[in-house]
Design a protein around this ligand. Structure first.
Ligand code: ATP
Ligand code: MG
Length: 275
């Protein structure tokens, strides 16, 4: 069984869209210095979708996520969330960055409590503690970020996004710095949260296995300027089998995406040599 290609911009998806990226492109700088980071991208995310993006390094994945987060503005096209144009960041979109962005002068607990506190939500510290427990860091609540390992800081970042209970989670390689055990445990935890809450998730990863384990849809990007090379429907995230990644169907799906990515990584490599 191979993965089913899917049109992520179909009329049916538009009818129930949560997020629409309509001909969204991004160029940084101008003139000789201009970098075309993203070719026009058309994608619709529906409520409850878990969309994983894979693509070669430097192809524009973080750029795409930053546009959805509202940290950057598109050079062309527009982004709509619940039919309203995205003009900046908002608490309904929780972001976990590729590199930790914690407040170094605050304890771990205060870092996580910051969001709910600044929005006047009840009992921010209790809420923060709950999410620290979830990511396995309750024992480090009173420490400062610099006292934690890179992977632990990343888990604080995840708790900080989850504590706001956002409708959408935007994750930029959130598990890249984690060891295999923590990575697998947190993957299951995230899957569980996603199933329970029906959140819409946009997730960037370099791990094809991670994308297949978590996603309802896998989006493969081309080398820079990033465009959508292929989009697939993936059913493994709905499986109850914790060892689903050892099945033949999973291996075949992995092979299919590996093939596509290999072509793009080679293209990215020759781009680097040429420039
Ligand atoms: N603020 C910026 N100013 C100028 N160029 C930028 C900026 N942000 C990104 N770029 C460029 O845009 C391109 C895409 O970068 P981006 O960070 O989106 O890639 P990526 O796919 O996330 O890569 P990686 O997998 O390595 O994280 C790169 O060539 C990068 O140098
Ligand atoms: Mg990136």
């Amino acid at each position: 069984m191979t993965l089913e290609p899917v049109d992520l911009y179909s009329a049916a998806r538009h009818a129930q869209a949560k997020l629409v990226l309509e001909s969204v492109s991004k160029q940084f700088g101008a003139g000789d210095q201009a970098v075309q980071a993203l070719s026009p991208v058309n994608v619709v995310l529906c409520p409850g979708d878990f969309v994983c993006i894979v693509g070669p390094s430097g192809c524009g994945k973080s750029t795409l996520l930053n546009l959805v987060a509202g940290f950057e503005q598109p050079s062309s096209g527009r982004l709509l969330l619940d039919k309203r144009e995205i003009v900046g960041p908002g608490s309904e979109r929780g972001v976990v960055f590729q590199q930790g962005a914690l407040f170094n002068w605050m304890t771990v607990l205060e870092n996580v409590a910051f969001g709910p506190r600044s929005r006047g939500i009840d009992r921010p510290r209790e809420r923060a503690m709950h999410y620290l427990e979830l990511v396995g860091l309750a024992g480090f609540a009173q420490r400062y970020p610099y006292e934690l390992s890179g992977g632990m800081q990343q888990r604080v970042g995840i708790a900080r996004a989850l504590v706001n209970e956002p409708e959408m989670l935007l994750m930029d390689e959130p598990f890249a710095a984690l060891d295999q055990q923590n990575r697998e445990l947190l993957q299951e935890e995230i899957k569980d949260i996603w199933r329970r809450t029906g959140k819409t998730v946009l997730w960037i990863t370099h791990s094809i296995e991670e994308s297949l384990f978590l996603a309802t849809h896998v989006l493969v990007m081309t080398a820079r300027p990033g465009a959508i090379k292929a989009a697939f429907q993936a059913g493994f995230s709905r499986s109850e089998d914790p060892f689903v990644s050892t099945t033949t169907a999973f291996s075949e799906a992995k092979r299919q995406i590996l093939g596509l990515l290999r072509e793009e990584s080679l293209a990215a490599r020759s781009q680097e040599v040429a420039s």
